[in-house]
Design a protein around this ligand. Sequence first.
Ligand code: SF4
Ligand code: SF4
Length: 382
Amino acid sequence: MGNFVYSDIFNKKAKEFSESCINCKLCVRECEMLNNFKISPKDFFNGDIEPINADPSIPYSCNTCETCKKMCPKGLSIEDLFVEMRKEHIKNNRGKSPIKGHKSIEFHQTFSFSKIFNVTIPDTKAGYTKRVFIPGCSLSSYSPELVGKTLEYLQERLPGTGAILKCCGKPTLSLGQEEKFHERYSELQAELDKLGVEEVITACQNCYITMSQFSPNQKVRSLWTVIPELGLYDEMKGKGKISNITFGIHDACPTRNNFDIHEGIRWIINELGYRLEETEYSRENTRCCGFGGMAVPANPELSKRVMKSSGEKSEKDYIITYCASCREAMTIAEKKSLHILNLMFNDSYNTTSRVPGLNKNLIKNWMIRYKSKQVLKAKGKL
Ligand code: SF4
Ligand code: SF4
């Protein structure tokens, strides 16, 4: 890495950052990653990056969680600079991430955009398709049943809802592969355009952010704000009242500033009748679950520590999540973790109920995802 030189654009941004930073280290206090590398942001981005600082594992260990920006009295975003650094590494490494572990992300992205794991279905029952439900990668690799039941619910309450199982390309973008991302995103956009949909409903927070930015001609909505508008089935209402569990909650960091999503989630929990205990880390104060920013393959040990510390933010044994990756992280952190769709579509949970664990088998994960495709495909044939 000795010959690595950052571009003038990066150096200019780094200089501006360094001049504004008052070196209070409030960001460092809250960020395990900055602590891990013993980074003083002011010194690190001093406008004269030394080759040693080009160590790619530093920017690629950032969870892109925005906690630093939230803590900074000047509103400075270290994440933005790390994202720029990633782009530089990609440019200097023939379009590939210099991190060996990121081969797994390349593999994930190739499969996530392959015909084997993708499907687009219209709402055949309604006979027209105005919008699509996009379950995203993590939910479809977690539970085909929940993917299918969610689509059924949406079609019953909002006739004219089809579905697309395809990745939004966020992992490619997170690696800093901008060109490749646009190429991949255009495949998703082509599916939206082929169906002629006006609206998209996403279950994944990363899909929500990415599609809101890159599909300006579609109205992009989060499932968690749509459900409160549509209401729950009568049999779902109040079923948690007999539960002996008080849940903690882990809010997803990509939508930390989306008040409507936080409210929607609380509305669902309340309608279901479950008890919830908030903490000082709820809502916009949430921390990354550990899976953010493609940091796991870059720095597995640090990521495990981030997951553990994120799980410890709530004293409760049972945690509600609304992102399947957050659910997995909370499970790694030894919490009994449920996706909010489990609470909606399954029987009432109590301390004797079976809670889904971890699936460590990669092949099995892809098989589950393939099953999600089959479930959606069957619904498209009705
Ligand atoms: S975005 Fe998160 S992980 Fe990255 S530097 Fe900021 S606080 Fe640390
Ligand atoms: S919180 Fe902001 S001002 Fe303080 S050290 Fe971090 S980046 Fe600099």
